[in-house]
Write a protein that binds this ligand. Structure first.
Ligand code: KG4
Ligand code: ZN
Length: 335
């Protein structure tokens, strides 16, 4: 069969990324222009700022991705783009760029769900054996997705309120850490112990559901109540605070993943999304999940990147699932 080359775009949040994927696995380039430094001082992503950065960066990233892959626009078989979920103004930049590229070069356009991207990042580094279960944990989502066969995604559980990454970032703010706070909390957690025993929500319900807002409130209340008594826990007990918070998050993530694996027997467990970069989570997955193959992508494929969008698009290319040039951004897209 003839080689295929997918040019993929990702612009759902604060990373502008363009990648070239040869066939199903050969990621020839995966250029990522991060805007994180522009959002740091606001403690979160500012949508308007994000859109402006995407506009500035997208064509630069396209040229860089083609050059690094040593291909030209004429070599590209299809264009893939994140259609949602994400910030509408940010998504639109990628969608418009992808549509323009597809139209000019008269090639198919493949819309991709951002979460399918996080899930299929695993396919770039290993063989996913189906059926598979995916734990997807990012700044905006925490969900378990059952994949009966390639491209057949079904969400079987999700968070009722905050996403795990969002909880990390909010708790990090109270601790005076920079945004995003997942990595610094992870590092601090390794120097402390679970001394505070924060609540683990919904662990006895038997439902595949997450909730992190109670944990976040418990953390904030503890710090504020201590403050009123003249005690600065963040200054005096940072590592134990981080370790206690992380232990509560990981107990829930691991517990619910085990529950999902009991309810839906699978051959592979995939872990994806920004929070899958967490070292504590990786350590616990390695020791606590047995009997299934576990794929956790390398760090460079955990955060938002167009390589993962290309990987998810390859499945759709095989099935000839294309979109017309009327494709729009879908900020609330779900599986
Ligand atoms: O997938 P992602 O890059 O963007 C979204 O689609 O949301 O995920 C970003 C999230 C942030 O909330 C960040 O704090 C979290 O991933 N994160 C981590 C770690 N590295 C990034 N959370 C926990 N531990 C980490 N090492
Ligand atoms: Zn993401």
């Amino acid at each position: 069969m003839k080689d295929t080359y997918i040019l993929a775009f990702e612009s759902s949040c604060d990373e502008t990324s363009v990648a070239v994927l040869k066939n199903d696995k050969e990621l020839l380039s995966n250029v990522i222009a991060s805007q994180v430094n522009s959002h740091k001082r606001f403690g979160g992503v500012v949508p308007e700022v994000a859109s402006r950065h995407h506009v500035e960066q997208i064509t630069i990233c396209i040229e860089a991705a083609l050059e690094e892959a040593a291909v030209t626009a004429d070599d590209i078989t299809a264009v893939a783009v994140t259609e949602g979920p994400g910030l509408v103004g940010a998504l639109l930049i990628g969608v418009m760029a992808a549509k323009a590229f597809a139209w000019v070069h008269k090639i198919p356009l493949i819309p991709v769900n951002h979460m399918a991207g996080h899930l299929m990042a695993a396919s770039l580094v290993d063989e996913i054996e189906y059926p598979a279960m995916a734990l997807l944990v990012s700044g905006g989502h925490t969900e378990l997705v059952y994949v009966a066969s390639e491209g057949d995604y079904r969400k079987v559980g999700e968070t009722r309120d905050d996403a795990a990454g969002e909880a990390y970032d909010k708790v990090g703010r109270v601790m005076g850490l920079t945004y995003p706070s997942g990595k610094p909390i992870d590092e601090l957690a390794h120097q402390g112990e679970d001394t505070y025993k924060f609540p683990r929500a919904m662990m006895t319900t038997g439902e595949i559901e997450f909730s992190f807002s109670g944990l976040k409130s418990a953390f904030i209340n503890l710090v504020h109540n201590a403050e009123q008594k003249g005690e600065d826990l963040v200054a005096t007990d940072k590592a134990n605070l981080a370790a206690s918070f992380q232990a509560a998050v990981l107990d829930v993530l691991i517990g619910k993943t085990k529950l999902a694996l009991e309810k839906y027997p699978v051959k592979t467990l995939i872990v994806g999304g920004g929070v899958s970069a967490n070292q504590g989570l990786r350590e616990r997955l390695a020791t606590e999940i047995q009997d299934v193959k576990v794929i956790v992508p390398p760090l460079r494929l955990c955060g938002d990147n167009a390589g993962m969008i290309a990987a998810a698009a390859y499945v759709e290319l095989e099935k000839q699932h294309f979109a017309g040039l009327k494709l729009n951004a879908h900020p609330s897209l779900v599986f």
